[in-house]
Write a protein that binds this ligand. Structure first.
Ligand SMILES: Cc1ncc(COP(=O)(O)O)c(C=O)c1O
Length: 483
């Protein structure tokens, strides 16, 4: 195999980023000026009438009128009708540069024809699902193993959420231990045990409505980057039933919103070895986006288990999978060659031929075109351009990227936490609202972001696309208070 290349050209200076983020949240907000914001909101009223009509109707049947947590919904959701490469078009015919990228899977760009053609070919021969084995399951597992040799065995599932559940279940079955440790603020899907310390570090069960106490009793969180706190939990757990696994997003929680120092993962690996815990890398975002070798290849750290989502099916439905050490993954053996105790997983449509063929050809195309690296270069260009705009206007905002995973913090809401509960209580809502307003201003200017503070770039983001986007960002960022 040729040597792996990665999307990150230079690892961000995390100390500098945290210093700038700290400064950002310690000063008053700098939102878009009121009169300018009215103009942006007016765009939706006048240019997005069909979207408004559709989503008003949807509200009567669909709770909140929108079914995706990342869907932009301020002042109301926009209905998308067409996707191609770097662009999306809404039902009113407006064109947008798409930095949401469906939440991450489409590193090749939206609706990439060579993969779509293979999917159509398969649909014409066997349809999307039969319930029986299909050769593409094997082909995809072979490919994942080739790119990530740590994945000795692989099982395809329906989503990242399911894959995290499965990884934890396998770790508990294999080690016979109880307490799973995650990083505060990290999102690992919405299974009962993982809705804990969600988004805001230190908040434990704050979001765990409808989830019994018992379901999170064996979940613990530690403050981002605090290896001392992780060690203390591992020590304590020795008398509380042991630690089967520590689960981390290798670039930091919330896809690197709180970035980790470069050697963090290696140190977590060391602690896991010392305390006999398995290390689970949640590579739902980083898996193949950082490079075909994933974050584990980039950081050169070997996890015991790896969780996949998003890119594993190339942006097609049912994106989930778990892989890793053969002795652990064999806990899932359903029927064939099973030994020892079985960790139960399932799913009527799991590992269906459609998801597998899409994942297989998407990964092959990503390797052939070097898409992760190209998308990373687009992220670098976007970062540099935004940093220049921020500097030119002397704004407190912070822009940084890990390759094609991109952050533009203007309100700093993602950095509030329970270390300062008063500030959190006082500022969470207004800072969140400012982030939503920024998202609306970007959208009205033809830019779709992830919730107004995060973005993904893809291979389709050529220099021309990024430069056009930077012009639009410049307009929004020069319409904020204090300028
Ligand atoms: C790091 C991480 N883990 C798990 C998940 C859950 O994956 P899914 O949405 O496929 O259930 C996500 C989703 O965004 C994620 O970002």
């Amino acid at each position: 195999m040729t040597e792996q290349q990665y999307a990150i050209s230079q690892y961000p200076d995390t100390d500098e980023i945290y210093a700038r983020l700290k400064k950002l949240i310690n000063q008053p907000m700098r939102p878009v000026r009121h009169e300018e914001m009215q103009k942006y909101l007016n765009y939706f009223e006048t240019q997005c009438t069909r979207s408004k009509q559709l989503t008003d109707q949807a509200k009567k049947l669909i709770p909140g009128g929108v079914q995706h947590n990342l869907a932009f919904n301020y002042p109301f959701p926009i209905a998308i009708e067409k996707a191609e490469g770097a662009y999306l078009w809404d039902v009113d015919g407006n064109q947008y540069i798409d930095f949401l990228q469906a939440g991450g899977p489409t590193v090749l760009g939206s609706n990439y024809a060579p993969v779509r053609d293979k999917v159509i070919e398969l649909l014409q021969s066997c349809g999307p699902v039969t319930g029986l084995f299909h050769e593409y399951e094997l082909k995809l597992a072979e490919l994942v193993h080739r790119f990530m040799p740590n994945v000795e065995m692989f099982r395809m599932l329906g989503s990242g959420t399911e894959a995290v559940m499965a990884a934890i279940r396998a770790a508990r079955t294999y080690t016979k231990k109880k307490k799973v440790i995650k990083v505060g603020g990290a999102y690992h899907g919405w299974s009962d045990s993982m809705v804990y310390g969600l988004h805001v570090p230190g908040t434990g069960r704050m979001e765990a409505k409808g989830i019994p106490l018992g379901s999170t009793a064996n979940t613990q969180e530690f403050f981002p980057n605090s290896l001392g706190a992780l060690r203390a939990k591992l020590i304590l757990n020795r008398v509380l039933g042991g630690t089967p696994a520590v689960i981390v997003e290798p670039v930091g929680p919330e896809r690197g919103t709180r970035p980790v120092p470069y050697d963090f993962n290696r140190k977590v690996r060391g602690l896991c070895d010392e305390f006999g815990a398995l290390l689970i890398f949640d590579e739902v975002v980083t898996g193949f986006r950082l490079g075909m070798g994933g974050a584990q290849g980039y950081f050169e750290v070997k996890p015991d288990l790896t969780v996949f989502g998003k890119c594993i099916s190339g942006g097609y439905p049912m994106a989930g999978g778990v892989g890793g050490r053969a002795d652990v993954i064999m806990c899932f053996a359903a029927g064939i060659g099973g030994r020892g105790e079985r960790a139960y997983v399932g799913g009527t449509l799991s590992a269906n031929p459609l998801s597998c063929v899409a994942g297989y050809y998407a990964l092959l195309e990503m390797e052939r075109t070097n898409a992760p690296v190209l998308a990373g270069r687009a992220g670098d260009r976007l970062t540099k351009g935004l940093q220049d705009i921020i500097e030119e206007h002397n704004l407190p905002y912070v822009a940084f990227n890990q390759g094609s995973i991109y952050h533009l913090e203007t309100s700093g809401v993602m950095l509030l936490d329970l270390r300062n509960p008063l500030k959190l209580a006082r500022e969470l809502k207004p800072r969140k609202e400012m982030m939503e307003e920024m998202g609306a201003a970007y959208m009205a200017s033809g830019l779709i972001t992830l919730a107004g503070s995060r973005m993904y770039t893809s291979m389709a983001d050529t220099d021309e696309v990024i430069d056009a986007a930077l012009n639009k960002f410049e307009t929004v960022l020069s319409s904020v208070e204090g300028l």
